[in-house]
Design a protein around this ligand. Structure first.
Ligand code: PLP
Length: 452
């Protein structure tokens, strides 16, 4: 930091302050973690200066032999760790990994057959008329993904997102009575809608998903089955999710982030069956800008860490902790979507406290507990204010906290939310954002959170 400070002291100060914040507060954001020093150090180096468009052994730039080495090591670890035939480790983030997957599916399922039919090798060889027709067809495909308020991600076809514009989209949700995925309803929707792509995976669904059933449904309707395991990749890597709950053997293509439960650097990767490998490898430069070789080096280190036996133990403790946290909250009368969890996250229904998700999130932050607000199924407060708080245990588990501390954490959360009252706006009308929490209570809890 001293070197940074000589150039721009404000940045050095912000970095130091971030470390202090992350140490003092309880990090319960389900998508965050603490990467190891080896991962962080592998990311800060001279690879950052290198251009390497293309992929291993097929670059558009000279001098890429060291990049080839780290990319190949990262891909090998990813294949071995997840038991996947092919891995592509360049995506800069989870959204980028999804874009690579969408591109690869469209190229494989729509573009390649059109080129074969026209008897040309590449799109540049098409007549203008055929090219315009192909573009219309590419833009007319269908995606079926989980709805945002049931826990899906905005890249799974949410209209404001690019995915909702690239594809005609319909979504599946959860059973209003149980909060669980209704596989029969999903099958029915798939049969009616006939999507090109069926997307499994989620950001805020606190349960296991049976990917074998989803694959059966995809096969029945001729869809390519894609799973976005960004949130639970660590549980797949750690063999907590196996058999029907492991997406890798079930899906044609799997995407993930590397920085959530997988505990690597910020980034993404794609795993796929051999028939999609060539299209996936064209992700850069078709969808992605130049690769980030320093981040690929850090991915290689993180994936090597995840192949150690200790990682399986870590993954199991994530789930044990999430279940202890859920039980602690339930015992104190807190309402949880689906009534519990079998993964790394818990979704609190804040309407039980008379609060919006936003009020609850801010009050918890005042008390040193960092979470994020989240929609719940059929959310009465919409996607901005929401009626839920999503909490997750990957980060606290990395810090070594166990089930006893999860009960204490549940107590702190319940105390803060129980003591917080909704506020009013300037006109005296009820506000969805303002709240009242005695600062002395917030300070007391923040001290307890820091001690944990
Ligand atoms: N996919 C899922 C399921 C996610 O939960 C997220 C992030 O929260 C992403 C993709 C996007 O990841 P990134 O922020 O790295 O682009």
């Amino acid at each position: 930091l001293d070197v940074v400070r000589t150039v721009e002291p404000r940045v050095a100060d912000a970095i130091a302050a971030e470390l202090a914040d992350q140490r003092a507060s309880l990090k319960l954001i389900a998508s965050e973690n603490y990467a190891s020093p080896a991962v962080l150090l592998a990311m800060g180096n001279w690879f950052s200066d290198k251009y390497a468009e293309g992929t291993i052994g097929r670059r558009f730039y000279a001098g890429c032999r060291n990049v080839d080495t780290v990319e190949a090591i990262a891909a090998e670890h990813a294949r071995e760790l997840f038991g996947a035939p092919h891995a592509y480790v360049q995506p800069h983030s989870g959204i980028d990994a999804n874009l690579v997957a969408f591109w690869a599916i469209l190229a494989d399922r729509v573009e390649a057959p059109a080129l074969r039919k026209a008897q040309v090798r590449q799109v540049n060889d098409l007549t203008e008329e055929d090219w315009f027709a192909l573009r219309r067809e590419l833009g007319n495909q269908r995606m079926l993904g989980m709805s945002l308020d049931a826990g899906g991600h905005l890249t799974h076809g949410f209209r404001p997102n690019i995915s909702g514009k690239m594809f005609d989209q319909r979504s599946y949700g959860t059973d209003p009575a149980t909060g669980l995925i209704d596989y029969a309803a999903l099958r029915q929707t798939a049969k009616e809608f006939k999507p090109l792509v069926l997307v499994g995976g989620y950001s805020a669904y606190p349960r296991k998903v049976n990917f074998r059933i989803l694959r059966e449904i995809a096969d029945e309707v001729g869809a390519t089955f894609m799973v976005d395991m960004a949130h639970f990749a660590g549980l797949v890597a750690g063999k907590v999710f196996t058999g029907d709950f492991d997406p890798v053997p079930q899906a044609h293509i799997v995407t993930t982030t590397t920085h959530k439960s997988l505990r690597g650097p910020r980034g993404g990767l794609v795993l796929c069956q051999p028939e999609l490998a060539d299209q996936v490898d064209r992700g850069c430069p078709m969808v992605l800008g130049g690769p980030l070789p320093h981040v690929m080096a850090a991915k290689a280190v993180a994936l090597a860490e995840a192949r150690q036996p200790a990682f399986a133990d870590y993954a199991q403790r994530i789930v044990d902790n999430a279940q202890a946290l859920a039980e602690g909250l339930l015992r104190r009368g807190v309402r949880l979507v689906t009534g519990g969890t079998d993964n790394h996250l818990v979704l609190i229904d804040t309407t039980g406290f008379g609060l919006t998700g936003r009020q609850a999130e801010q009050a918890l932050l005042d008390a040193g507990i960092v979470t994020n607000r989240n929609s719940i199924p059929q959310d009465p407060n919409g996607a901005w204010y929401t009626s839920g708080i999503r909490i997750g245990t990957p980060a606290l588990t990395t810090r070594g906290l166990g089930t006893a501390q999860m009960d204490e954490t549940a107590d702190l959360i319940n105390t803060v939310l129980g003591q917080t009252k909704p506020g009013v706006g300037p006109d005296g009308a009820p506000s969805k954002a303002k709240y009242v929490l005695d600062p002395a209570v917030a300070d007391r809890i923040a001290k307890q959170a820091d001690e944990l």
